[in-house]
Design a protein around this ligand. Structure first.
Ligand SMILES: [Zn+2]
Length: 385
């Protein structure tokens, strides 16, 4: 079992240690205190209603002061040392989650205003958390061992449950931005979790399509489940198939590199996964990231985004957990920029074919995991399941 220990930083923010299942000693008896005496936390920024699109926009000008690519010896998420009182008041840890000191949302909680129209604004309620994947300053998620990967998954799962229960939260979004090209402001391998007080625009679009399909089948099927079946039957875009998870490049991929990782069992979110599913996910996800990293000689920037069912009475029954990993990299030395058609119109033009990307991801040589990926094999080239 992952060891979970919650504490508070000097400004009251919550910090939670997730210790690998193999760690024998309990942390609870010897927690170290954050002695930095940080100033009290500020008020939330604001959300403004964009009447033109029926969407909320968070205005977080206070975040301009946040840490930007600090030198390694001043890293805020390395373990604390005599010369660096970091955000993590411990000499060692495995995985840590803590409230962001410069949040886009929160720290106060509550609902967005009702009956929004032009001019409607309110506090940017919600919560933003940072997930440090490892005490090591350099490296990537793909370099974590299977045990540490499993601990991160346990952290995502526990935080999804906890954040979903907080006042006013409508969507919980764990994600990782990897690479300076994506706008990363810290090199230390880490991810984030946003808990929004509204359903985000993208989740709203996906949720509406999912609900429409769910209704058309009288609640007997889900859209994501049907797409997973269709991709596995077709086979030409499959990247890997496991016992509990499969990954494929979607039929109509938008990005030069886009992979969806989907559980075989319909679950709304990471908190609903069982132990065996999490065990396999820990290895499947590592394998997927190793494949992405093996495509080019230099690290590929990516966004790894967990789509979880919104906490919304209409959308949630049709929701289905899945990961969307996307990258703008279209060649060793080329990134796709979102320009006129994509950025202004949302009309994507993909310069790669999903089938060729899947073929590359299947056939790329991947360094072995520290633990063999049990009961899982990459689909042979061109073969269906
Ligand atoms: Zn660091």
């Amino acid at each position: 079992m992952t060891g979970i220990t919650s504490t508070r930083l000097s400004d009251g923010r919550e910090l939670i240690y997730f210790d690998d299942a193999g760690t024998s000693t309990s942390r609870a008896g010897h927690l170290t205190t954050d002695h930095r005496g940080l100033p009290p936390r500020g008020e939330p920024g604001e959300v403004r209603f964009d009447a033109l699109t029926d969407e909320w926009v968070a205005v977080a000008a206070h975040r301009q002061a946040r840490t930007h690519l600090p030198p390694a010896d001043q890293c805020p998420i390395c373990p604390t040392t005599p010369g660096n009182a970091s955000e993590i008041p411990a000499a060692e840890y495995d995985v840590v989650v803590f409230e962001n000191r410069f949040p886009s949302l929160g720290p106060a909680l509550g609902p967005v205003p009702e009956h929004a129209a032009w001019g409607t604004k309110g506090p940017a309620y919600g919560r933003c958390e940072v997930v440090s994947f490892t005490p090591e300053h350099t490296g990537s998620f793909s370099g974590l061992g299977a045990e540490r990967s499993r601990t991160v998954i346990e952290a995502w799962s526990q935080r999804t449950a906890a954040l979903s229960a907080m006042e006013g939260i409508k969507q919980v979004f764990p994600f990782e931005n990897r690479g300076a090209d994506i706008g990363v402001t810290l090199h230390h391998p880490h991810g984030q979790i946003y808990a929004y007080p509204y359903v985000t625009p993208r989740a709203g679009v996906l949720g509406a399509a999912a609900r429409k399909y769910y209704d058309a089948t009288d609640g007997r099927d889900t859209l994501t489940g049907s797409l997973l079946r269709a991709e596995r039957e077709d086979g030409s875009r499959m990247v890997m198939e496991g016992t509990h998870f499969s990954a494929y490049v979607p039929f109509a991929a938008r990005w030069p590199l886009e992979i969806h990782l989907v559980p075989h069992r319909r679950v709304p979110d990471l908190a609903a996964l069982g132990g065996e599913e999490k065990d396999e996910l820990a290895q499947v996800y590592l394998d997927l990231l190793k494949r992405v990293d093996a495509l080019y000689p230099t690290p590929t920037p990516y966004i790894s985004a967990w789509h979880q069912a919104p906490l919304d009475d209409v959308l949630r029954p049709a929701g289905y957990l899945h990961l969307q990993l996307t990258s703008p990299r279209r060649a060793a030395d080329k990134l796709k920029y979102l320009a006129g058609s994509e950025a202004a119109m949302g009309a994507f033009i993909n310069d790669t074919t999903p089938e060729s990307v899947a073929e590359r991801l299947r056939s790329v040589a991947v360094p072995p995991s520290s633990t063999p990926v049990a009961a899982m094999a990459a689909t042979p080239e061109g073969a269906s399941a």
